[in-house]
Design a protein around this ligand. Structure first.
Ligand code: TXA
Ligand code: MG
Length: 323
């Protein structure tokens, strides 16, 4: 595997070509790093599942470069979904839509829907448009971590997570730290009103400016398999405990205004909620790099982006550590 830092135009073309040749390319998005493969190539997609160690009935998000590509992948797109796409793309939002024939079972996990997103990172967009220039239809990219682990938000974190599982011709494109640091909001648009399957930077409040969102109780009726919806996700090796002060030798993550308990290892001291989200995964990873057994996190108060932070932290902490 080769690591490319701050890619030139030439290297972007090389990454697009590698994808077309069925290799894997990890690349930055504004949310987290993705592990990309040609979304129409079953062999390439199978490698994503094996590198991630992910069960093969968990669907992948297909990344595209413009709204014009939407109808290649989706049918029966409701008007509200077009509104959301026009408002929030390129950006941290994934729409789940009824699939077009191009979205095969190996992408959708056998479901009748497909996840689509236009990312806002310039490197991701450049790779996507070069890929489309050479005949590509879309890049499938889950977060570039092993199944159940914390999503990588830096090139180094990608290397640490999956470097040893990649093949010589695969690439890691390092475009620096991700600006948002938390995965996209996932909005199911297969019904007359949307459901939020995974909260993110595009919040309930922002979506409800366009369309009424189904209430949470409707979600229990939902049988869609979303790995991010499972508990035991987003977990570092260290045990994560929420809203407890750390003991000496333990890791501590909290807003800058909260002082570090004596003898603890401060892993992050963000000044605002956006910074909290942006640094959160690197902070958890920092605990693992230091081999800490436990990390205590004081969860910030509030709604909006805080809902997304809480969602991920609740999952990080709610596990029996089996691996
Ligand atoms: O920000 C993001 O969304 C990042 C970047 C790389 O774009 N990607 C990402 O992918 O987080 P992944 O695979 O780690 O998480 C996507 C989630 C998975 O839990 C998957 O099950 C769900 O989206 N998903 C994908 N397609 C779906 C579908 N058709 N129906 C329901 N859930 C779907
Ligand atoms: Mg993921």
């Amino acid at each position: 595997m080769e690591i490319i830092k701050d890619p030139t135009h030439f290297e972007i073309k090389k990454a697009a070509k590698a994808l077309k040749d069925a290799h894997l390319v990890a690349f930055p998005t504004e949310t987290v790093y993705g592990l990309g493969a040609d979304a129409t190539n079953e062999k390439a997609i199978k490698r994503i599942y094996s590198v991630k160690g992910r069960p093969d009935d968990h669907p992948l998000i297909v990344h595209i470069s413009s709204i014009n590509q939407l109808e290649k992948w989706a049918i029966d797109i409701p008007e509200y979904a077009i509104d959301l796409a026009q408002k929030f793309w390129p950006g941290p939002m994934t729409l789940i839509l009824k699939r077009q024939n191009l979205a095969k079972n190996f992408i959708t996990g056998g479901q009748d829907s497909v996840g689509l997103r236009i990312p806002a990172h310039p490197v991701a967009l450049a790779i996507l448009s070069e890929f489309e220039n050479i005949g590509g239809e879309g890049i499938a990219a889950p977060s570039a971590n092993r199944f159940g682990a914390v999503s990588p938000t830096t090139g180094l974190a990608v290397y640490e997570e999956i470097g040893s599982y990649l093949s010589p011709e695969d690439l890691i494109v390092d475009g620096g730290p991700c600006a948002l640091g938390i995965e996209s909001s996932i909005i199911d648009c297969t019904m007359s009103n949307p459901n939020i399957l995974r909260p993110g930077v595009v919040t309930l409040e922002m979506i409800e400016k366009f369309v009424k969102v189904n209430s949470c109780s409707d979600l229990s009726l939902n049988t869609i398999k979303t790995s991010g919806l499972l508990p035991n996700h987003y977990s570092p090796k260290a045990k994560v405990f929420l809203n407890m002060l750390s003991e000496p030798g333990e890791g501590f993550i909290a807003m800058a205004s909260i002082p570090t308990p004596e003898g603890s290892v401060r892993l992050s001291a963000p000044k605002n909620i956006e910074e909290f989200a942006q640094e959160m995964y690197e902070a958890l990873r920092g605990g693992d790099r230091k081999n800490l057994a436990a990390i205590k996190v004081i969860v910030p108060e509030g709604a909006g982006l805080v809902d997304a932070i809480k969602d991920r932290l609740n999952k990080s902490s709610s596990k029996e550590h089996s691996n």
